[in-house]
Design a protein. Sequence first.
Length: 248
Amino acid sequence: MTPPTERLVASPVVAAHDDGSARPAEKSLVEIIKAIKPSVVRIETDEGSGTGFLVGTHGEVVTNAHVIQDASQAVATFHDGHAVVVLGCLMVAKDNDLAVLKLDGSTRRPPPPLKLYAGLPEQGEKVFAYGNPLGLSDTVSDGIVSAVRVFNDHVLIQHTAPISPGNSGGPLLNARGEVVGVNTFYLRDAQNLNFAVSSRDVLALLVSERQAAAVFPRQRPWSVPEGIAARTHIVATGCPVPIEGAVP
């Protein structure tokens, strides 16, 4: 994909800092869905499909890098069916499996960005996955944070909110409607072992190095330990092949 000329720094990033200040009250799942649904998109490329969500006010969308891997074109579709062209990639961090895309904002003003939580969720905390599993648009699932794991000084959120191919790049949210992670992969032949890249890594990608250092220490890219890879089969949730009867 050809990179657009616009720069992300022109668009503010909405972050919820873990600094002891007052945070929003918890909401019902119905309230959370109504609030975040307009800002989540289905991403379809000439190679596959996945999910993304707005993080900036000028059409910047976060997704997984593997969702757009090898793609030459892409379209983002909002929940109301409005589709826009993806102009290109603003930045890609393949080691984190993260990418920031730029949407064409010429047809209408994009919805507000989702708020990224700069802290880490607590073990046992309720979380919700939102995305397009197997092409089924605007699907929500719920679970808890099973563990917060550090691989090579990098953070992954292990959780029990079911995800499937097509959820890749979609938000993992807490009960306040804040993004705590980006759903990325699950482990095959295991019982509900799902993983999301921490929202802290998303913030590190979005903000400048100086700003990121003020939020949390700079971290190195993570990789799944060889012990896990040897025992189980890691499945990225991007779905290059649509299933029969699935909603595109």
